[in-house]
Design a protein around this ligand. Structure first.
Ligand code: IMP
Ligand code: MG
Length: 183
């Protein structure tokens, strides 16, 4: 794999993320306080850290499921064509669901996923994203809970990758290329 070297500039600290996740979970718990069970659906792979932290802060009976869509691959650009690589395991008709995504960028991924899941007739559906890049939007998506709005930078960490790297950073950082050749 041939990558140009890059450095990661700190953007959102682990502490700020934890505080924001706690606040989001309180809002979600209030919104769904009357639910018999909330099906929390994480979009793989980028949301795995976020969903793990979020569900532990939810004061509700929850079920956890996962959906995987095709990703950017090695690229930093959205392919715009979204395919489902792995569907959820459970039935969601008549259920309360919360879709959890790492980043809403152009909006194509969430637009596709929301259309697919709403065609299965859940009782209530909400969408929660950790990061929103509003300046990049190409299709409108209805997001109910947003962690942070960020500018148009390519970010990594807290589950989010660049070419499968840096998912294990405990905070969120922005990728900055140094122009030197990769080792
Ligand atoms: P969209 O379909 O353009 O909204 O793209 C959403 C998906 O692109 C997210 O689920 C992320 O996996 C990925 N993505 C968008 N921006 C970034 C980024 O800055 N770093 C890593 N992945 C990103
Ligand atoms: Mg993704």
């Amino acid at each position: 794999m041939d990558h140009t070297n890059y450095v990661i500039d700190n953007m959102i600290s682990a502490k700020s993320i934890a505080a924001r996740v706690e606040a989001l979970a309180a809002d979600i718990s209030a919104e769904f306080k009357d639910t018999d069970k909330l099906v929390v659906i994480g979009l793989l792979r980028g949301s795995f850290v976020f969903i793990a932290d979020l569900v532990r802060e939810l004061d509700l009976p929850v079920e956890v499921d996962f959906l995987e869509t095709s990703s950017y691959g090695e690229s930093m650009e959205s392919s715009r064509e979204v395919r489902i690589l792995k569907d959820i395991r459970g039935e969601i008709e008549g259920r309360d669901i919360l879709v959890v995504e790492d980043i809403v960028d152009t909006g194509h991924t969430l637009h596709h996923v929301i259309n697919l899941l709403s065609s299965r007739k859940p009782k209530r559906m909400s969408v929660c994203v950790l990061l929103d890049k509003p300046s990049r939007r190409e299709v409108a998506v209805d997001v109910n809970f947003t962690g942070f709005e960020i500018e148009d930078k390519f970010v990594v960490g807290y589950g989010i990758d660049y070419a499968q790297r840096n998912r294990n950073l405990d905070h969120i950082g922005a990728v900055r290329f140094t122009g030197e050749a990769a080792q």
